[in-house]
Structure formats: structure tokens, C-alpha cells
Design a binder for this molecule. Structure first.
Ligand code: PLP
Length: 401
């Protein structure tokens, strides 16, 4: 919960904006670094979750690698301090230009998602006299028990290579002289909350697959288990740091590894989600025929998760919390300004009586928030404001003066 002093400062900043709690961010990353060292597990941060330079520079400074899914992410991660040899690059649709640039940089591995991609990378390496590191993304057909839009490890999903192609894949790897095969990659989905069950199962399946590949003469130096650890969107203060311990324990207890075999994970959401809130202001309070609407200045263009996945974000009225300890509550449909009926933050949410000008915090917005923002309706992009530099943020303009 924010202190009064901080809320007063936030109230003076032009909304909407992403507010980053840097103390929580540092604490989260430091906690993961400690656990990773203890379990001898290497961490690649999944850059797609949030590309803010300050966050990336801290994460790279901790010695983590980067997991990227586009050429621009690779270049950005590199410019934020991730050395090329700690950058992996996944994604089902890498363009020739993206492959070439990453290859020139000498990244740790292309996580290849199809046989054709391996063929193209091998050919390009040949033409340019290079050797490309390749890991192969496998689709292990495991149900992550999460939203269908963030499930990636089932045969019905477009990601990875499935077992009906394993023998062909192994043959291609053996024949491709311009790639350096380093291992296997898995990522079965995101926002996984049945942590022990799902990740234990993933490890058991991975053990079988690794054994199969090794029995066909391939050396697996690298086992990358992907990301996916879920966060608590209902109770961001109660569970500000995700359950990394259960995740790392599930892996350590179930993965079978040689002493010289590296195990990698790729957390995105769990490293950054809880450290940011989208701060928005109530523009109007409108009484509908059957309900009351709070119309905010932040919309689906700023944070698309509710409109895209029906995702839940806790919403707090920060101004009302200052006005009274014992407020009267009322149910509101909280909506954005964008001209789409799906631009809804939450229906029937119980909040303290709210008035025009109140500032609201849309919690747990640090992952897949700012990165997915658009300028739809020609809205401006909400900037990042950091807790340790609050006074530098653009201030509210009063148009009535
Ligand atoms: C290949 C890969 N690795 C890691 C992640 C990060 O997942 P999460 O943010 O759930 O940890 C993703 C996200 O979709 C991904 O596609």
C-alpha cells in the first residue's frame, strides 16, 4: 500500500502513467538471483514482458541473460547490457533480416521452432561463413492449466516441434554443418498458478525427451524450461513477490541433469508484474440506467490485458483512501475512454464513493502492460514514472486557471 506522501506526489503528475515501485522491483530480482545461485539454475529474463531500459539494465547487471522474441528485442537487450552470449532468441516467425543480425551479434542460441527454420539458419550461416548456436524448441504437449491465449505447450498451439517430427529433426541437426546444436527449449505457457503440479510434470516430460535425443547421439548441454510462473492479481500486496521458491524447488526435485548440463528458466511476468501500477484519473462519474460508470483517462490502449484476455486487475481509489478511513462503498463499472465496448477495467467493482479528479491505481500492471500499449484513437502513450524520481515527472496542467 502506498504512503500518503507518495499518493500526494502521484496526484500532481499528469495521468495516465505507469508508476514503477523500484524497491519492490530490486527486491524481486535480488530474491530470484539468490535462489538461482542456490539451485544452480540460470535465468534469462523474458524481455517481452517489459522493455523499460532501467529495469533491463538492473537485470543484466545481476548477470541474468535475456530471452527475446524479435530482432529488435535482441538489439535492445544487447544495448541494455546483456552480452550477446547470454541472449537467446525464440519465436515462430523470425525474418531473414532478424536472423542475420542476431547471427552477426553471435547470440547464445536461436531457439528454433520449426525444421524449416533450422534449414534457413544453417544456410545463412554457411553463406556468411558463420556458425550459429541452435537450440530446438519442443512442444511437450503439457496442459499448463491457464488461459487458452497464454497456453503454448499443447499440440494445438503453433509453438515448437512435436514428437511426430523428432526423428526427422534429429537427422537434420546431424546433417547441418553450420549450426552448433546446444540443447532443448520448452515453454508451456504463462500465468501458471498450479506451480508445483505443472512444473513437476514439465520436468518429468523433459527428462524423457532429453533421454530420447541423447539416445540418438545428440549431446544436450542446455535444458531451457521457459517461463510461466504466475503472479497474484487478486492480492498484489499480500503476495508482492511470486512463489519462486516453489518453482525452483519443483525444478530441482524433478529434473534429471548431468553435472555439466545447464538448466535455464525464462521468467518474464513474475519478475516485473507487481512492481508497476497504471495510474489513471477519474474523468467523469456517470449514472447509467442501471449502473454507475467511472470513466477513467486510461484505456485499453494503455493496458490491453482486460480487453484481450478478460484479465482481472485490482483497482484502488488512492484519493478516496486519503479522504476517509470509513468511506461509503458503491458498485461501479470502471471503463476507459476508448471507443470500444470492450474498454472496461472492471464491472460491478465495489469502491469508495469516487469523484471527478480522483486518482486510481490499476495494480499488477508491470508485465505485458506498457509493452503492449498502442496509440489507438491517437491517444498518447502513458510514460513510465519511477518511485525514486517522482519529482521529475510531468506535472498536471490546470486548464481552468
Ligand atoms: C519463449 C518464452 N519464454 C518465456 C516467456 C515468459 O513467460 P512469463 O512471462 O509467463 O514468465 C514467454 C512468454 O510468453 C515465452 O514465449
Amino acid at each position: 500500500m502506498l504512503d500518503i506522501n507518495t499518493i500526494e506526489k502521484l496526484d500532481r503528475i499528469a495521468t495516465p502513467f505507469y508508476f514503477y515501485d523500484m524497491d519492490l522491483f530490486y527486491k524481486t530480482v535480488d530474491h530470484v538471483a539468490e535462489l538461482a545461485a542456490k539451485h544452480d539454475i540460470k535465468v534469462h529474463y523474458a524481455v517481452k514482458a517489459n522493455v523499460e531500459r532501467r529495469l533491463l539494465e538492473y537485470i543484466s547487471g545481476k548477470g541474468f541473460g535475456a530471452d527475446c522474441v524479435s530482432g529488435n528485442e535482441v538489439l535492445h537487450a544487447h544495448s541494455c547490457g546483456f552480452p550477446a552470449e547470454k541472449i537467446v532468441y525464440a519465436g515462430v516467425g523470425k525474418s531473414d533480416k532478424e536472423i542475420y543480425e542476431a547471427m552477426k551479434l553471435g547470440i547464445e542460441a536461436f531457439n528454433c521452432e520449426s525444421l524449416q527454420e533450422i534449414f534457413v539458419i544453417n544456410e545463412m550461416a554457411h553463406v556468411h561463413g558463420l556458425k550459429a548456436n541452435v537450440s530446438v524448441r519442443i512442444n511437450p504437449d503439457i496442459d499448463a492449466h491457464t488461459h487458452k491465449y497464454v497456453t503454448t505447450g499443447l499440440y494445438e498451439n503453433k509453438f515448437g516441434i512435436s514428437n511426430h517430427e523428432f526423428d526427422k529433426l534429429i537427422e537434420i541437426i546431424h546433417k547441418s554443418e553450420h549450426i552448433n546444436f546446444i540443447g532443448l527449449h520448452f515453454h508451456i505457457g504463462s500465468q501458471i498458478t498450479r506451480v508445483n503440479e505443472v512444473f513437476s510434470l514439465e520436468c518429468l516430460r523433459v527428462n524423457e525427451i532429453v533421454k530420447y535425443f541423447e539416445s540418438r547421439g545428440l549431446r544436450i548441454d542446455n535444458i531451457n524450461l521457459g517461463g510461466g510462473l504466475g503472479v497474484d492479481y487478486d492480492d498484489p500486496d499480500g503476495n508482492a513477490i511470486a512463489d519462486f521458491e516453489t518453482w525452483f524447488n519443483a525444478i530441482s526435485d524433478n529434473i534429471v541433469r548431468r553435472e555439466d548440463q545447464a538448466v535455464h528458466v525464462e521468467p518474464g511476468r513474475s519478475l516485473v508484474a507487481q512492481c508497476a501500477s497504471l495510474i489513471s484519473r477519474v474523468l467523469f462519474v456517470k449514472s447509467g440506467e442501471t449502473k454507475n460508470f467511472l470513466i477513467m483517462d486510461a484505456g485499453m490502449n494503455d493496458l490491453i490485458r482486460p480487453a484481450l484476455y478478460g484479465a482481472y486487475h485490482k483497482i484502488e481509489n488512492l484519493s478516496a483512501a486519503q479522504r476517509s478511513f470509513f468511506p461509503t462503498f458503491q458498485a461501479y463499472d470502471i471503463v476507459g475512454p476508448v471507443c470500444e465496448s470492450s474498454d472496461v477495467w472492471g464491472a460491478g467493482r465495489l469502491l469508495p464513493l469516487s469523484v471527478r479528479g480522483d486518482i486510481m491505481a490499476i495494480r499488477s500492471a508491470g508485465a505485458y502492460g506498457q509493452v503492449m500499449a498502442s496509440r489507438y484513437n491517437m491517444k498518447n502513450l502513458a510514460p513510465a514514472v519511477f518511485s525514486d524520481t517522482l519529482d521529475d515527472a510531468p506535472q498536471v496542467v490546470n486548464y481552468f486557471e
